[in-house]
Design a protein around this ligand. Structure first.
Ligand code: IVH
Length: 681
């Protein structure tokens, strides 16, 4: 037996190290929805392993991550076995790699081929199965052979048809990608942080998080979208001989097919498409990380087959990821509304994707420790289709020993109060309820659009007013009129803007109770919960006096929310705030006339659309609410009535499709009359 050389030993060690790293990242990505590295880093590790295994076949293993896709599904959903495996895609990271793929395929085919170019959506792969045209099963990719049953969650995606149009085989499976639109992602993260929840790093994680909710109602609150890009298993005939045929066929059945798909007949055209998409992708409302080039003819695809987990007939031609090297100058901390201590990086400024990046979030202590980031490190930052720039790793070989490891503050950087951290949460908190940083964030929330909607008061002005002691909490805003002279002296607050601000503050007194409740910033109490509380209790005193059971008895409110409300009102400084708001003349009573014996719309869900003749839409919505009904903005299977005026738009069509009761203005009023008179009898 020959001794192994040192270099062989090193190779074997590296292979083992790569496998264990990839397995770990697979599990973080697929099981826990909390990846620690970017796709591009994952791709690089996978590629290194693939190359080493190719060059050293003696170390091949059936259990290597190169031999399978992802990791097995988590326990909580039932398993779905895919009738056809859900494959992955090989990557080309530059033009040469794409051209060599083309050469390999051309040799194997010895036939001229067309290509279909598609975007590579950066979301979550799904399969949807229809029986006799009805959506019966939805699944995630999982490990490629078996995924998780997310049927009910997929059903919440509006652009996925529940029923197919046209002619279709008795069983038809389609494949596609679920994405979280970027604009919604940004709003969603703002709302999460306002609720004291951690933000998602990117839209893909947010999509994964949404699809893996055990409660479909929770998924429904998240505005997912889906692009269908392929046929899966089918039983019967489909009129498709090419990929382009299938896309058109899928579109005719009612699926959302991407508008940028393109049939081309040469490699040059693929490259042209790719270059165009590098520009286009920055303007899209969903994240793409490359284009997928597919051989158009399905018989060619079958002939080419797959190697391991990757079909030979398609390749992902990745966009260049925008990575830059810079220096981590400092790690600083700010304080969130809930007191969370949030670390962020101060970077030596670098240009990425046209933006000058000076700061990046570092999420929490665990994130910094897992990447071993040190102040003074050379770091790589990336914005690869990401919305928020990320520090991806430190370039450790560039260290000179002067770098300093993270020291989490023991005291709040703003108020010096000792910080509280627990072992079971990555976040640390300042628990001083008078902490100025928290107070200013609270005021920011109080004036925000979904709350009191006071315009002209941004973080800068709030901090200036606080620094001058003109406001200590949100209620002091209502006294600002009496301190106009002092406020005028503050640089950067001009006369007109102060006048406008004071008018906006005055007008906000008219905001209804539910807005005031939202504005208080009670953890887990957003606009929806606030509305439920306002409807059920009618005034803030009753909410403050309610028991946990009474609050929990409201449909839509669970123990977590109830306990947060109770805990909020058990704090004397919060009671003091409410009383100061009362004294300032805010509406702490639901003024919509509420009659307990007139709750004829209890549990009924309404959508109001179009232009009304005699009332405003808000009047109609208020009327529904006073009668105990719920008003939502989108027509779904849960909608009981659509009240429709003139020029109703797509909601009417949707309601017709779902066979929902449609009422015009006078039918709506008649219905109320009928129900109320029945009620009297
Ligand atoms: S075709 C066998 N087309 O990329 C072919 N996949 O690595 C595989 N993806 O998560 C699917 N956009 O969901 C295809 N236009 C597209 C795609 C696409 C994104 C995803 C796919 C999977 C990954 C494959």
């Amino acid at each position: 037996m020959t001794e192994k050389t040192d270099s062989e030993n090193l190779t074997q060690l590296r292979i083992e190290e790569l496998r264990s790293q990839l397995n770990r990242h697979n599990s973080l990505y697929y099981q826990e929805n909390s990846p620690e590295i970017l796709d591009s880093e994952y791709d690089a590790l996978m590629r290194e392993l693939q190359e080493l295994e190719q060059q050293h076949p003696q170390y091949a293993s059936a259990n290597s991550p190169t031999q399978r896709v992802g990791a097995p599904p988590a326990k909580k959903f039932t398993t779905v076995i895919h009738k056809l495996p859900m494959l992955s895609l090989a990557n080309a990271f530059n033009k040469d790699e794409f051209l060599s793929w083309n050469e390999r395929v051309s040799k194997l085919l010895s036939n001229k081929m067309d290509f279909v170019c598609e975007l590579k959506y950066d979301g979550l792969a799904i399969s949807a199965t229809y029986e006799n045209g009805n959506l019966v099963k939805g699944a995630t990719r999982g490990d490629g052979n078996k995924g998780e049953d997310v049927t009910n969650n997929l059903k919440t995606i509006k652009r996925l048809p529940l029923k197919l149009s046209g002619t279709y085989p008795s069983i038809l499976e389609v494949r596609g990608e679920v994405v979280f639109p970027i604009s919604d992602f940004k709003k969603f993260n703002v709302a999460r942080s306002a609720d004291g929840l951690t933000e998602y790093t990117n839209p893909r994680n947010a999509a994964a998080g949404a699809l893996r909710q055990l409660d479909p109602a929770e998924t429904a609150k998240r505005p997912l979208d889906v692009f269908i890009y392929a046929l899966g298993y089918f039983d019967g005939d489909v009129p498709c001989e090419t990929q382009v045929d299938s896309l058109e066929y899928l579109s005719n059945l009612g699926f959302n097919i991407n508008e940028h798909n393109l049939l081309v007949n040469s490699v040059d055209q693929v490259i042209e498409y790719y270059s165009r998409c590098v520009d286009i992708q920055t303007k899209l409302n969903y994240v793409c990380d490359g284009v997928v080039v597919k051989v158009n003819r399905l018989d060619f695809q079958r002939h080419l087959g797959a190697v391991g987990r990757e079909p030979r007939w398609a390749i992902a031609f990745k966009f260049p990821s925008e990575k830059k090297e810079t220096t981590l100058l400092d790690i600083r901390f700010n304080v969130g509304r809930t007191g969370s201590i949030n670390p962020y990086a101060i970077l030596k400024p670098v240009q990425i994707g046209g933006a000058n990046i000076r700061q990046a979030t570092l999420h929490n202590e665990d994130y910094i420790k897992s990447k071993d980031l040190r102040v003074g490190d050379t770091v790589i930052i990336e914005r690869a289709g990401e919305v928020i720039p990320q520090v991806i790793h430190a370039v450790t070989h560039k260290r000179d020993g002067s770098e300093t490891e993270l020291k989490m503050p023991t005291h709040c950087p703003m108020c010096n109060h000792p910080i509280f951290s627990s072992d079971d949460e990555a976040m640390s908190y300042c628990v001083n309820s008078r902490c100025p940083a928290q107070l200013s964030k609270m005021v920011e929330h109080f004036v925000s659009k979904g709350a009191m909607d006071i315009q002209g008061l941004g973080p800068k002005q709030i901090n200036l007013l606080m620094a001058e002691n003109l406001i200590q909490d949100a209620s002091d805003l209502y006294d600002l009129r009496n301190h106009q002279d002092r406020a005028m002296e503050i640089e950067r607050i001009g006369e007109t803007s102060l006048e406008n601000l004071i008018t906006a503050i005055d007008e906000s007194r008219q905001q209804p109770l539910e807005r005031v409740l939202t504005a208080l910033g009670i953890k887990h109490v957003g606009p929806e919960v606030a509305e439920l509380l306002s409807q059920r209790f009618q005034n803030v005193d009753k909410i403050m006096g309610a028991s946990e059971t009474e609050i929990q008895n409201i449909p839509g409110i669970g123990p977590r929310i109830a306990s947060s409300i109770l805990s909020y009102f058990s704090n004397p400084s919060n009671i003091k705030l409410v009383n100061k708001l009362r004294a300032a003349g805010l509406k702490l009573v639901n003024e919509l006339s509420y009659h307990p014996d007139q709750q004829v719309f209890i549990n009924k869900v309404f959508v109001v659309t179009g232009r009304m003749e005699n009332f405003s839409r808000t009047d109609i919505q208020d009327r529904i609410k006073t009668l105990g009904g719920k008003v939502t903005s989108t027509v779904s299977k849960k909608t009981d009535f659509l009240v429709v005026g003139s020029d109703p738009g797509s909601k009417l069509a949707q309601a017709n499709l779902l066979e929902i009761n449609i009422l015009d203005e006078s039918q709506f009023l008649d219905l109320i009359q009928d129900l109320l008179s029945n009620n009297d009898q």
